[in-house]
Design a protein around this ligand. Structure first.
Ligand code: PMV
Length: 312
């Protein structure tokens, strides 16, 4: 019998990845198309984790699961949770694809523990644990993943300042396509930090331009101007490419989308693999684009309406 359950969806960054690390704004939303379920049960032997990436005793969890083990350590300490327990993680979010699977695991586990402890899992309470654990496990995350995933609405996020809920209310559809290649967020963030040291003036300028494009994109969404948003996405992709965040697989899907009537296309998340997004004028052209991208080698695709809660 389960003693606690928690759910979290994935996330999509519409605009502002990488520049968000340097204090520029970014737009992101919880992505209803994918999710993670965490279930905790009582265990009589030793604390145990069951997931697609690892199953075995908590004490033997690999370093790649540090985000989970660090988080559990904080939660066990805070709630004086009785061990041993059994934690099952079931996910439909592809890992390392820029969809925030790591933050989603953390949010789902935290919600499951709050459910078990019969404490209210408010966004503030959940973020308190998730942010601490993510900082230890990941070095220097901007916090956009955890903030988006622990909420329910699209947000405009700025590091150190916080977030503003933001209504996506646009007559357009967003197609998400997975290159099937693991993204390399950590490596990309590190290499961009090197660029920042090597060519501070130029790189700072590029970050500022990405920030301006995010602001223009926000206005475009508020004014329901899909073509302007598409143009902002294309310009952002050009800069992300210059910064070295794209790769061959992403470029290929992005070019394919643009050749097939997408209003704009770019990578989403950390890049160097992972997912791309393309803006479609309506649902029919979006579904056509999904087919075209699958034919062009995408492993998986999703579609999301950008009207208020118009999840497909
Ligand atoms: O690849 P993801 O889903 O973890 O997204 C990373 C977003 C970055 O802006 C590249 C990094 C960050 O910490 O904000």
């Amino acid at each position: 019998k389960s003693i606690g359950t928690g759910y979290a969806s994935g996330k999509i960054i519409l605009m502002g990845e990488h520049s968000v690390v340097y204090g520029e704004p970014a737009i992101a939303f919880p992505f209803a198309g994918t999710g993670i379920q965490a279930t905790i049960k009582v265990n009589k032997l030793e604390s145990w984790i069951e997931s697609s990436f690892f199953h075995g005793p908590l004490s033997a969890a690999p370093n790649t699961m540090r985000n989970v083990t660090v988080l559990l350590w904080y939660l066990v300490k805070h709630f004086k949770i009785p061990e041993p327990f059994y934690l099952k993680i079931e996910s439909s979010i592809p890992a390392e694809r820029g969809m925030g699977s790591s933050a989603a695991v953390a949010v789902a586990i935290t919600r499951a523990v709050f459910d078990w402890m019969e404490e209210p899992a408010t966004q503030e309470n959940v973020l308190h644990f998730v942010n601490q654990a993510e900082a230890v496990a990941h070095g220097n995350p901007s916090g956009i993943d955890a903030t988006t995933i622990s909420g329910t609405e699209p947000i405009l996020y700025q590091k150190g300042i916080g977030f503003q809920p933001f209504q996506l209310n646009m007559d357009a559809f967003l197609v998400v396509a997975d290159t099937g290649v693991k993204g390399q967020t950590r490596k990309a963030v590190k290499d961009i930090a090197k660029l920042m040291e090597l060519r501070p003036y130029e790189t700072n300028q590029q970050m500022r331009t990405l920030g301006q494009l995010t602001n223009q994109a926000q206005q475009a969404v508020l004014q329901n101007k899909p073509r302007v948003l598409g143009d902002c996405m294309n310009q952002a992709q050009g800069l992300l490419r210059l910064l070295g965040a794209s790769n061959r697989n992403l470029d290929h899907l992005i070019e394919t989308a643009l050749e097939h009537h997408a209003l704009g296309a770019k990578l989403t998340g950390g890049g160097r693999g992972g997912c791309m997004i393309a803006l479609a004028e309506n649902e029919t052209s979006g579904r056509q684009l999904q087919k075209t991208l699958l034919d062009a080698g995408a492993r998986d695709t999703w579609i999301e309406g950008l009207g208020v809660y118009a999840h497909v």
